[in-house]
Design a protein around this ligand. Structure first.
Ligand code: BGC
Length: 793
C-alpha cells in the first residue's frame, strides 16, 4: 500500500517572512497525525512507532488502534535491547525507516528510551533498559538506522516518563545528579551520536514544570547544553501551558487541538509577554523539518515484506535470553515434544497501546514447529486471553506432557496485564501459568519453560524446569524465532538488559513507586536496577547482563591501551574471545567501572562499555570496548558540571553485573578529589531531610486534589456525583474509533487511558467541540458543589 505523497511546499524557507498568524498556525498539528499546511509550507505525516508503523486508515481525526495499514511488527525495544547488538538494532531501524518512507511518513515516533525504573511500569516493553549507557547506545543505533532512510526519528519521552500511573499529570521529583546520570544521559548520548530530527516532550512534569513547558529541560539542557536544533513536539495531548512551552522551545503541539492555544500565543506576543522571536524560531524549525523530508529521494512503492519478516525472526532470536539450561537445549532431533500453552497458538508478541502494529503476517510457535517437521502434541493449558484458572486445561496438559519426551511450556503475561496507560499491579504471572509449570514439571518429563512478557516477572519455580527461555515479545515472527532457538537453528543471543528481582520489594524504587497525589519522588537516586543490587548486595533471580549460550567461550586476559588516564580521556580494552564449543555463537562482553577513588557516592559498579561478538566454532575474535570519559565522571551539582574524580578505578570485564571475569585497574588523574556526596552505603529509605538536601530545597508538598483545575483527571472527576455525569458526556467527545473503544483486548487500556486524562487534554482531543472556556466553567461549578467529597485512591 502507498499513501499519496502530500503537497509540496511553495519555496518558503524563512519563517520570519510569514505573517504571525501563519507562524503560530504551524506550531500545532492539523489532525491526529499531520502537521499543518500553512503559508506555503507542506504538511508532514507522523506515525507511531516505535517498533512498527501505525499509519491509520481512514480519517486522521480519530484515535484508532485497529485500523492501520499492515506493516512489519518488529520486536519491541525490550527484545531488541536484549540483543546488545548495535548493528542489528541499526538494521531494524533502517527497515523501519524504509517502511515509513513507503507510507510517506516524515517522522517515525520512536525510539522510546525511558529508563526502566521499576519492573511494574506498564510500558517497559517499549523501553530498552534500566541502564542509561545501554539505552543511549541502542537508541542511537536505532535513530541512525531510521534516519539512514531519510525519515526523521523522534526520541521519546523526554523526560523521566517512567510510569503510566497518573502519566499526564504526575510530577517527578528528582535531584539533579540522578537526572543527569540516570534519566537524561541516554537522551544526551543519542542526541550527540545520532542527531535525531525530533524529540518528544513527555506528559509528566519534572520538578514542578511540565515537560512540554519546562524551561530547564528544554532550553537549558536540551538546546543550550546539548545543542539540539531539531523539532520538539509534545506527546499526544501533553501540552499544558502553550505560551511557556513556546518560550521554552517546545515547537509543535500534537495532535491538533483545533487551534485551542493560537489566540493565547498571538495575545502573548501582542502584549509582549512572549518574544515573537520564540515563535519564529519554532516555526523555522518546523519549516526546516519539512524541507528535510521534501528533499529526500522518492519513496519506494513497496517494502520487502518477506525480508523484513525474516529480519524480525533473526532479531527476535538474537534477543532471546536463555536464562537457565541443564543441557536439554537445543532439543535433540526426533524427540516427541509436548507443546503446552495458549501462547503457542495465539502468541503474545507485541505490547498494547499506541505502539500496536497490524502485522503483515504472524508466525506462531505451532506453525513453526510444524514447518520444521517436529513431532509435537499441543495442549493449551490455559486460555491465552484470560487470567482465570481452568484446572481441566492443566490436567489435559499434564497428561500430554507425561506421554512425551520433552515438554515446552509457553507462558507469560496476557495483554490485559501490561500496557501503555497503566502499571502492573504486581510482578506475578497469572496464577494458572505458575500452576501449569509446576504440574508439568511434576510429570518428570524434562520441561522447558518459555516466557512471553514485556517486563520481568516472578519465577518462584525457577529452579525446577530443565531450561527457561525468555523470549520477551518477539514481534510478528516470534513463534519462528522461538522454534529456531529451541531446535538449535539459531543461537539464543540475548543477555538481560534489566534485572529480574526475586522479590519486588528488593527494588529500591519500590518504596516510592508510583507515588501519590500526582507526585512521585525518586528518593532511591542513582540506585536503579543492578546499580542497587550490586551496591546493597541483594541477589536477583537473574542479574542484569545474564544470558547463556549454546556454545562455550573462553575469554583471554584483557589488554588496556593506557593505565593512567587524564581528564577527558577514555580507555580502550581488547578482550580475546574464543569459541571453544562446536557451534557458532555470540557472546556479550561487558565492562563495568567500579569507582574506588573514595571521592563520591557511587553504585559499586556501572556499565561502562560492551561489545557483542559472533564467533565460529574453534575461532577467536577480539572484542574492542571503548570506555568513554563520561563513564569515569560524575555530575557535580555544586559546580554544575561533570567532574572526574582522582584515584583508582577498576574496570571489570564481566559476563553479567554479577559475574566478573577479569579486572584492570587504572589511575585517573582527575580534576577533583572531593565532592559534596562522599561515599557510603545508600539508605534503604531516604529521610525527608536527606532528600531535601539532595534536591537543594524542601521536598515539595503534593498538590491537593481540590480544588479542581484543568489538570484534574477524568478518574478524579469520576469520584464525585456531578463529575460522574459529566464523565460520560466528555468521553463521547473524545474521538476514538468504535472498534478500538469496544475491543475487549483493549478495554482496560482504553478505560485507564481515559481516566488518566486531565480536563485540559479532553478539550485538546475534542477537536474543538469542547472549549477550554467550557472546561473552566465546569471546574467552577464542580468546585462550588463542595458537598460531594472527593475520594482519591
Ligand atoms: C504516546 C506516544 C505516542 C503518541 C501517539 C501517546 O499516547 O505516549 O508514545 O507516540 O501517543 O500515538
Amino acid at each position: 500500500m502507498v499513501t499519496t505523497p502530500g503537497p509540496r511546499s511553495r519555496g518558503i524557507q524563512r519563517a520570519a517572512d510569514l505573517p504571525l498568524e501563519d507562524q503560530v498556525a504551524l506550531l500545532s498539528g492539523a489532525d491526529v497525525w499531520r502537521t499543518k499546511a500553512r503559508g506555503g509550507v507542506a504538511p508532514v505525516l507522523l506515525s507511531d512507532g516505535p517498533h512498527g508503523l501505525r499509519v491509520q486508515m481512514g480519517p486522521a481525526g480519530r484515535v484508532g488502534l485497529q485500523q492501520s495499514y499492515p506493516a512489519t511488527c518488529f520486536p519491541p525495544a525490550v527484545t531488541l535491547a536484549s540483543t546488545w547488538d548495535r548493528g542489528l538494532v541499526r538494521e531494524v531501524g533502517a527497515a523501519l525507516g524504509l517502511e515509513a518512507r513507503t507510507f510517506d511518513v516524515g517522522v517515525l515516533l520512536g525510539p522510546a528510551m525511558n529508563i526502566k525504573r521499576h519492573p511494574r511500569c506498564g510500558r517497559n516493553f517499549e523501553y530498552f533498559s534500566e541502564d542509561p549507557l545501554l539505552t543511549g547506545h541502542l537508541a542511537a543505533a536505532m535513530v541512525d538506522g531510521i534516519q539512514s532512510q531519510h525519515v526523521g526519528a523522534c526520541i521519546k519521552h523526554f523526560a523521566v516518563n517512567n510510569q503510566e500511573t497518573d502519566r499526564f499529570v504526575v510530577d517527578a521529583i528528582v535531584d539533579e545528579r540522578t537526572l543527569r546520570e540516570i534519566y537524561l544521559s541516554g537522551f544526551e548520548y543519542a542526541i550527540a551520536r545520532s542527531a535525531p530530527w525530533t524529540v518528544m516532550a513527555a506528559y509528566n512534569s519534572v520538578n514542578g514544570a511540565p515537560c512540554t513547558a519546562n524551561d530547564w529541560l528544554l532550553d537549558t539542557v536540551l538546546r543550550r547544553e546539548w545543542g539540539f536544533d531539531g523539532v520538539v513536539m509534545s506527546d499526544w495531548g501533553a501540552t499544558v501551558n502553550r505560551v511557556d512551552g513556546v518560550a521554552a522551545g517546545m515547537d509543535l503541539e500534537m495532535p491538533s487541538s483545533a487551534g485551542m492555544y493560537d489566540a493565547e500565543l498571538t495575545d502573548a506576543v501582542d502584549s509582549g509577554s512572549l518574544d515573537v522571536q520564540a515563535v519564529t524560531r519554532s516555526a523555522q524549525r518546523i519549516i526546516d523539518l519539512v524541507r528535510r523530508i521534501e528533499d529526500r529521494p522518492a519513496a519506494p512503492v513497496h517494502f520487502p515484506i518477506a525480508a523484513h519478516d525474516a529480519l524480525t525472526r533473526r532479531a527476535a532470536a538474537a534477543g532471546t535470553v536463555l536464562l537457565r539450561n541443564d543441557g536439554i537445549l537445543p532439543l535433540a532431533p526426533g524427540q516427541r515434544i509436548a507443546v503446552i500453552g495458549g501462547f503457542a497458538e495465539s502468541p503474545r508478541y507485541q505490547g498494547a497501546g499506541s505502539s500496536l502494529v497490524v502485522p503483515t503476517h504472524v508466525t506462531t510457535a505451532l506453525d513453526a514447529f510444524v514447518a520444521a517437521g517436529a513431532d509435537i502434541t499441543y495442549a493449551p493449558g490455559y486460555d491465552p486471553r484470560s487470567p482465570d484458572e481452568d484446572p481441566a486445561l492443566v490436567d489435559t496438559a499434564s497428561t500430554i506432557a507425561a506421554s512425551c519426551d520433552v515438554a515446552v511450556v509457553v507462558i507469560g503475561l496476557p495483554e490485559s496485564f501490561e500496557s501503555e496507560t497503566f502499571d502492573r499491579d504486581d510482578m506475578a504471572l497469572p496464577p494458572q501459568h505458575d500452576v501449569l509449570v509446576r504440574a508439568v514439571v511434576a510429570t518428570r518429563t524434562p520441561t522447558v519453560v518459555v516466557l512471553c512478557n514485556g517486563s520481568p516477572v516472578l519465577l518462584p519455580w525457577r529452579d525446577e524446569p530443565a531450561a527457561i527461555v525468555e523470549c520477551y515479545l518477539g514481534g510478528q515472527a516470534s513463534g519462528g524465532a522461538l522454534v529456531d532457538v529451541l531446535l538449535g537453528h539459531a543461537e539464543p543471543g540475548g543477555r538481560l538488559a534489566e534485572t529480574f528481582p526475586s522479590d519486588p520489594h528488593d527494588v529500591a524504587a519500590d518504596r516510592y513507586f508510583p507515588g501519590h497525589d500526582y507526585q512521585v519522588e525518586y528518593r532511591e537516586g542513582l540506585f536503579v536496577g543492578y546499580r542497587d543490587a550490586v551496591t546493597r548486595g541483594w541477589s536477583p533471580a537473574f542479574p542484569f547482563g545474564h544470558g547463556l549460550s549454546y556454545t562455550q567461550f573462553e575469554w583471554g586476559a584483557p589488554r588496556v591501551d593506557r593505565r593512567v588516564v587524564g581528564v577527558g580521556e577514555g580507555v580502550t580494552l581488547h578482550i580475546p574471545v574464543r569459541n571453544t564449543g562446536d557451534r557458532p555463537g555470540s557472546d556479550v562482553v561487558q565492562v563495568y567501572a567500579s569507582d574506588r577513588t573514595g571521592v563520591v557516592l557511587r553504585p559499586t559498579r556501572e556499565l561502562a562499555g560492551f561489545a557483542k561478538v559472533h564467533v565460529a566454532p574453534g575461532q577467536e575474535t577480539v572484542a574492542e570496548i571503548v570506555v568513554e570519559p563520561r563513564s569515569l565522571q560524575f555530575f557535580d551539582v555544586v559546580s554544575g558540571r561533570w567532574r572526574t574524580p582522582t584515584g583508582c578505578v577498576v574496570l571489570q570485564v564481566a559476563r553479567s553485573s554479577a559475574d566478573i571475569v577479569a579486572e584492570v585497574t587504572i589511575d585517573v588523574a582527575g580534576d577533583t578529589d572531593s565532592s559534596s556526596e562522599p561515599p557510603g552505603t545508600p539508605p534503604v529509605s531516604l529521610a525527608d531531610a536527606d532528600f531535601a538536601r539532595r534536591l537543594g530545597h524542601d521536598v515539595p508538598v503534593p498538590r491537593p486534589a481540590r480544588p479542581f483545575t484543568r489538570n484534574t483527571t477524568l478518574g478524579d472527576l469520576r469520584q464525585t456525583r456531578l463529575g460522574r455525569s459529566v464523565f460520560a458526556l466528555l468521553l463521547r467527545a473524545v474521538p476514538m474509533d468504535e472498534q478500538t473503544r469496544l475491543d475487549p483486548r483493549h478495554a482496560r487500556m482504553v478505560e485507564r487511558g481515559l481516566e488518566q486524562m486531565p480536563l485540559r487534554a479532553v478539550a485538546a482531543f475534542s477537536g474543538g467541540r469542547i472549549r477550554l472556556s467550557l472546561i473552566d466553567g465546569l471546574i467552577r461549578t464542580l468546585n462550588a458543589a463542595r458537598r460531594n467529597p472527593l475520594r482519591r485512591g
